[in-house]
Design a protein around this ligand. Structure first.
Ligand code: SF4
Length: 239
């Protein structure tokens, strides 16, 4: 079993790397010997539940004398940003959209790439996330202690939400555990961008089975990025 406190670190200490590796192995057991869409979605659900638990315990530990500014209807963090997803998050969210029939509910659910950098996420409607329970980790970990910085980002594209560092380290650890698992299984493990990937994935859900068989994402349809920077170094360190 993984040591959850190690996932809040970003120092590549043995405690940090052991925790990420252990989480990777734990999530991998959920896929089984013959992974399929069902086991992939169960693994992703488990990753989100671990994230929720971790954020709650972090909040108790580090938010003792202040609180987050985030509240329902505040949507600045859904503007002016590319939402990155791991492959399993992409398929999990596409499956949610199809299962809930959201793709059939009119033009607002045609998931087109944003036209300008300040545009909102295509899944935002009237200030609310239409896929809240299935939203990616990129959205789950954004909590702000300074709503003014979020509004400034929305208007000027400079800066962004302010949150205590362990929250972003925790999210990186969970994503790195997933990339490690996917690499070991020989699956195409790159960051995807929501608005450049979702419509085609919704239209072609069987892609999940082909991806599990080793098919790579199409460069024409998906905006992709290899893990890089500090995050890439973490993925490399545990691979
Ligand atoms: S998926 Fe939902 S929470 Fe995330 S950016 Fe889009 S509308 Fe906002």
């Amino acid at each position: 079993m993984f040591e959850i406190a190690g996932l809040f670190l970003d120092d590549k200490s043995s405690a940090h790397l052991d925790a990420v590796k252990s989480l990777s192995e734990y999530l991998d057991t959920m896929l089984g010997e013959k992974p399929n869409a069902t086991s992939l979605f169960a693994m992703q659900q488990q990753a989100y539940e671990i994230h929720t638990l971790g954020v709650a315990s972090l909040e108790r530990a580090v938010m003792t004398d202040r609180s987050f500014d985030c509240k329902g209807g505040c949507d600045s963090c859904c503007h002016a940003t590319d939402v990155g997803l791991t492959p399993s998050e992409l398929f999990y969210l596409a499956n949610h959209i199809v299962t809930e029939g959201l793709h059939k509910k009119g033009d607002s659910h045609v998931i087109q790439p944003r036209q300008q950098e300040k545009d909102p996420c295509p899944l935002l409607k009237d200030g609310w996330c239409t896929v809240y329970e299935a939203r990616p980790m990129s959205c789950r970990y954004i909590l702000s202690t300074d709503v003014a910085s979020c509004l400034r980002r929305r208007e000027t594209l400079i800066g962004g939400a302010r949150l205590p560092p362990p929250f972003s380290h925790f999210r990186s650890s969970i994503a790195a555990a997933q990339f490690n698992m996917f690499r070991k299984r020989g699956w195409d493990a790159r960051w995807l961008v929501l608005d450049h990937s979702m419509q085609k994935t919704v239209e072609d859900l069987p892609m999940v089975t082909r991806w599990l068989s080793g098919e790579r994402f199409s460069e024409k349809i998906h905006k992709l990025e290899e893990p890089n920077g500090t995050f890439g170094a973490l993925v490399d360190a545990i691979s």
